[in-house]
Each structure stands twice: as structure tokens, then as C-alpha cells.
Design a protein around this ligand. Structure first.
Ligand code: SAM
Length: 253
């Protein structure tokens, strides 16, 4: 597994490359494993509190993360792992087969145009994948039209493939005050709750349950900061690649 700081040879020359399929294919051809944000052990308790073993789970933008495999090991056995990159999907398929986890399905899929029937999953989960769509968003309070369009499309597709009462889990560093306008846009029947995990820097574990818009009043736990969000720049923060993504999204300004 790549450790923070070990992956200099796969870093993009500029953050806009995170939006390019060719960048990801090239990267996954050379990189065995990289875990965005934190690995499963840091948010496992939140997964187990929200996902049942019988749930049909769709993971979007799996990359070369172990998250889906760890969920499978925890007894969540109906998992479909997808990514836009055929290279990532092939590698993940081979890795699962080598571990004897043939029950995990793998498919190439664009999260902006999911190749699945309406209402076919109980849970859709992503880690760091939605964040990529916020690249080049400019002012996070007032994102560009392009960003709004692609984020809306992703959320509409996710909402569409969920069963009534199904759950969207988004593991992200984008903060609640920036995410809420997108998550709670017109036409999406869920409302946003969140928990946090992590040490010096908190990541967000958003849960959005289809059909609950009028029911939920607010977060399960929150770190409201009155608009601006502050944190200490420390060693761990600076050493992680997601620093690049965070800076580009502008959550820290
Ligand atoms: C920041 S990485 C996160 C990878 C992984 N989820 C993790 O936690 O380590 C973003 C992933 O999203 C994938 N991706 C980018 N655009 C996508 C799209 N339109 N549809 C599906 N996956 C996409 C990339 O190939 C990459 O694997």
C-alpha cells in the first residue's frame, strides 16, 4: 500500500487532471493501492451502523481502494464496485478473485450516467469520488455552472438507482455548508445528515436517505463553524495527496 508521501510519481502536474479519465487509467496502471482520506478502519463503525448485510450496495469510483473488500469481509456481500477507469476495474476484479471474493461484482460505469435500473440498490457509497467533481469550482460559495451541472447529474443518477428508502453514503472532505445546497437541491427527496471521523482533520460521513426530506431536521453530529472552517496545518495533513484536492476545491480558504 502506498503511504502518504510515497506516491510522488503518480501525482498530477495540475489538479484539473483529476477530471481526466486518461490520468486515472495511467495512474492505475502503475499504482497498486492508494487510499483517499482514511482507510476503512477509521469509519468502519459508521458503515456497520448504516449498512445491513442484506443490502445491495453500489460503490462508485472505487479506484484501487480496499473499502468494498473490507465491507465484504464484514459480511456485506452484495457489492457492485464501479469506476470510470477500466484499468482500475480490471485490477480490482483480479484482486478480489485472488482473495476468493468472487461475490464482489466489478463494472466500468460513469457515475454521471449509471448503467443500472431505477431502484436497483439499497445503498450507494462513494469515498472521494464526488469531491473530484468539485475540482475547479472556483469560489466554493458560488461554484461554476459546469460544477453544478456535473454534481447535480451525479446526485440525480445516485438518487435514481436507489430503492425508496435507500441510502446514499458520501465520504468526503467537502464541508456541510458547501454540500447542503447540492445534496438538498430540488428533485432529490433525501435530506442530509452527517458524522465526522479523523484525527486532526475531520472528514465527513454524509448519509442521505431517499424519501426523508421533510422528516430530518439536522445533523446527527456537527462541527458548524459559522461559515468558515478552520484547522491546523500539521504533518499528516500536508503529507496526504488529498491536500491537493482540498486546495483545489478551496474549502480551506
Ligand atoms: C479521488 S479517487 C477516489 C478513489 C477511491 N474511492 C478511494 O477512496 O481511494 C476518485 C476516483 O473516481 C474515479 N472517477 C472519476 N470520474 C468518475 C466518473 N465520472 N465516474 C466514475 N468514477 C469516476 C477515478 O477513476 C478514481 O478512481
Amino acid at each position: 500500500m502506498a503511504e502518504p508521501g510515497d506516491n510522488a510519481d503518480v501525482l498530477p502536474s495540475h489538479t484539473a487532471l483529476y477530471l481526466e479519465p486518461t490520468y486515472w487509467n495511467d495512474r492505475f496502471a502503475r499504482e497498486e493501492h492508494y487510499e483517499w482520506f482514511k482507510d476503512y478502519s477509521h469509519f468502519r463503525h459508521l458503515i456497520l451502523a448504516n449498512v445491513k448485510p442484506t443490502d445491495r450496495v453500489l460503490e462508485v469510483g472505487c479506484g484501487n481502494s480496499q473499502m468494498g473488500v473490507e465491507m465484504f469481509k464484514d459480511g456485506i456481500c452484495q457489492i457492485t464496485r464501479t469506476d470510470l477507469s477500466p484499468v482500475a476495474v480490471k485490477h480490482m476484479q483480479e484482486r478480489s478473485a485472488a482473495l476468493g471474493f468472487e461475490g464482489i461484482r466489478h463494472e466500468v460505469a460513469d457515475m454521471l450516467d449509471l448503467p443500472f435500473e431505477d431502484g436497483s440498490f439499497d445503498v450507494v457509497i462513494e469515498k472521494g469520488t464526488l469531491d473530484v467533481l468539485f475540482i475547479d469550482s472556483g469560489d466554493p460559495w458560488n461554484p461554476s455552472e459546469d460544477v453544478v451541472k456535473r454534481v447535480t447529474k451525479m446526485l440525480q443518477e445516485t438518487h435514481r438507482v436507489l430503492t425508496p428508502g435507500g441510502l446514499f453514503i458520501s465520504i468526503a472532505f467537502g464541508q456541510p455548508h458547501f454540500r447542503r445546497p447540492h445534496f438538498e437541491a430540488e428533485g432529490l427527496s433525501w435530506s442530509m445528515k452527517w458524522a465526522t471521523f479523523g484525527d486532526s482533520f475531520h472528514y465527513f460521513f454524509y448519509t442521505l436517505r431517499k424519501g426523508t426530506k421533510e422528516i430530518n431536521q439536522g445533523p446527527t453530529s456537527s462541527i458548524h463553524t459559522g461559515g468558515k472552517f478552520t484547522f491546523d496545518l500539521d504533518h499528516e495533513f500536508m503529507d496526504n495527496e488529498d491536500f491537493l484536492l482540498r486546495s483545489s476545491i478551496g474549502d480551506d480558504d
